[in-house]
Design a binder for this molecule. Structure first.
Ligand code: PLP
Length: 280
């Protein structure tokens, strides 16, 4: 029997569109089974984050241990980690349980601008977790922050080759696969940078794997305010597709299509950045 169990190590979003709540919906929508270890609680809605309560890492570790003792997951997916201490705890737990399939969404800053990982913890994320990662899913700002202080020069993204360069620099830091999400730098139809909102027609995500070959995943740009939790949902869908034993390139392709369709059919909840449609 396929082991379709996934452990999510992430923060909770009270509005249900991002974080653990989104991950569980996505994983359920893919027919897989989600378990959770909570790193932080947030008081938030579609307009922003009011407060964050970081869970002591010793307690999150107890949740991880309880899960592994009973239902060892086939994949671990991480979201908001929230502190350097939680990152250290997680790297030790991943090593203790010899986790080979880690989907790491390097959550750092929310769409609304709220800081979800202190800047000083980025070094720990890079040095302790990237070497243990199977698929890393940064957006462009996260990719740049991960490369800052790593000794790599980071420039602006003007063309798809710039996204590929970011992916190669990040893969050199340890992950087996890197998906750089291009949503923050939409292109014109011809693949050159859009210089005005009207020119935004195409989003290109680039996936780089162990062979060194790059897969470009193109999606039409969808102009929507309902993008809350897009990153969480994409990484959770990749984790679910991997648990269902899809090849990595197929798992990522299918996850990108799932999120794009979810944005197109978003229910329109909330006064701010609303959630996508997770069940379609
Ligand atoms: N809250 C939590 C707990 C999250 O994990 C995330 C993203 O990963 C967010 C909020 C931010 O979501 P978004 O930037 O998509 O609005």
């Amino acid at each position: 029997m396929t082991n379709k169990t996934i452990l999510v190590v992430a923060g909770s979003d009270s509005s249900g569109g991002a974080g653990l709540e989104a991950d569980q919906k996505v994983i359920a929508a893919h027919g897989c089974y989600a378990m959770t270890a909570t790193t932080a609680l947030t008081a938030q809605n579609t307009m922003g984050i009011d407060d964050i309560h970081q869970i002591p890492p010793e307690f999150t570790r107890k949740q991880i241990d309880a899960v592994f003792r009973d239902i060892p997951p086939s994949i671990v997916k991480t979201g908001m980690l929230g502190s350097a201490a939680t990152i250290k705890m997680l790297s030790q737990a991943l090593a203790d349980y010899k986790v080979e399939r880690l989907v790491l969404d390097p959550v750092m800053v929310a769409t609304t601008g709220a800081q979800l990982l202190p800047a000083k913890a980025v070094d720990e994320l890079r040095t302790l977790l990237l070497p243990l990662t199977f698929v890393l899913t940064p957006n462009i700002p996260e990719a740049k922050l991960l490369l800052t202080n790593s000794g790599e020069a980071v420039g602006d993204v003007r063309c798809v080759e710039d996204l590929e360069h970011l992916a190669r620099q990040l893969r050199a830091l340890g992950p087996q696969w890197v998906l750089v999400k291009g949503g923050h730098a939409p292109f014109k139809k011809d693949g050159t940078a859009a210089t005005s909102p009207e020119e935004r027609e195409l989003v290109i995500d680039v996936l780089l794997g162990p062979s060194g070959n790059v897969t470009r995943i193109e999606s039409p740009y969808v102009d929507s305010k309902n993008t809350h939790g897009t990153g969480c949902s994409l990484a959770a869908a990749i984790a679910a597709n991997l648990a269902k034993e899809l090849e990595t390139v197929d798992a990522v392709h299918a996850a990108c299509r799932y999120v794009e369709a979810g944005i197109r059919t978003a229910p329109g909840y909330g006064k701010g950045h609303g959630p996508l449609n997770h069940f379609h």
